[in-house]
Design a protein around this ligand. Sequence first.
Ligand code: SF4
Ligand code: SF4
Length: 446
Amino acid sequence: MTLGRLFRRKTFDHGVHPRDFKDLTSGLAIRRLPFAPRLTLLLSQHAGAPSRPLVRPGQEVVRGEPVAEAAGYVSVPLHAPATGVVRGIELVATAQGPKAPAILLDVYQGASQEILYEAPPDLQNLSREDLQGLLQGTGIVGLGGAAFPTHVKLRPPEDAVLDTLIANGCECEPYLTCDHRIMLERTDDLIAGTQLMMRALDVHRAMIGVEDNKRDAVKAIRSKIPANSGISVHAVETKYPQGAEKMLIESLLRRQVPSGGLPSAVGVAVFNVGTLAAIGDLLPRGRGLVERLVTVSGTGVSRPGNYLVPLGTPVRYLLEHAGAKPEAHEVILGGPMMGMSVASLDVPVTKGMSGMVVLEQRHSDLKPRQVFPCIHCARCVEACPMHLNPSLMGQLAAKREYTTVAQEHHLFDCFECGCCSYVCPSNIPLVQYFRIAKAINREQAA
Ligand code: SF4
Ligand code: SF4
């Protein structure tokens, strides 16, 4: 092995280095948010078929009790995030725009909110299929933001031969630090969940990838990894979007997922560290997912932090507890690179919501709104981690040549990381163009 290879930093090609603002919350321990008077539990807060309600208006439920069942294989159940009474099942505002059905739950403020509803399984004597069923029963989905039902990843395509589980602890989005805190404060759950998933996938190697701005997390995990467990932890370069699964696979294993392919095509299954910690916590106890950790940060709040939030909590309630300042101007759900601004503060916290960034006007309007013509500087090409040509794709999309951009320029390999828009000196809304182009192509295909 050459010296260059020996000391090569684990990373991928291209990407960007935005200022991360993580010091606002990375040193603050996890805090529990009180229960809001009413929770709004969206039936569709995961990829796949919406859950099917099991309750009716007026029915009392206890915290942790299933209130909706999975409606098919790519679907998960929902559990009551609090003890209370079902007020109704109605259409409500969502962060995505169109209204969607949700179970409205009035919380009993005097209740202890202890989780009594659990059924610890005998995990030692379970088959892979049993484990898959149990995992679906917990309602766990990808907590990094994708919200893809986790149990589905345990059944890769038949021709795939998996050899490695990758735990994604990069958390490359600016401001977000909830995964960082989980790695520090819930290390045992993370390792337990990793071991359970290694067993379920029948793989003997797990690599935990952590950006090198979180050295304390690398140290905390390394100190707890059991001997001969096949688990190792690796620092990777701090660079956006290191946490995209294709990028992390390349950084850790130098394997490239083929165009249009899944990580299983190169023998890998990737899970977010928050998802694995939830599995390590809930699966052995037979409990359902009723809360999640949310980073609340930005200059628009006076009490930023990592809050443990009951699912269904209104964003407005979370904002009040984090001390919204009068100057707060924009609320972004997720991080600033891939998240979305919300128009209504009535939308609820969902399983896939890892952060809420609140900005004052002077920070939210950093970029000029005016769009200038492309100057062919190629900065977007140099930034794109998927080696696409965003400039050309953007020009085609602007001319409504949606089929050409999809068929000849790999539009669907774009995962909307936002690097191209971030570096564009002409402020061209490239990602928005690509979102529209994808929607039109999907519509045409349907
Ligand atoms: S948004 Fe798409 S085209 Fe732009 S840099 Fe990211 S992957 Fe490339
Ligand atoms: S970064 Fe903007 S201006 Fe430069 S080539 Fe890309 S689209 Fe054109």
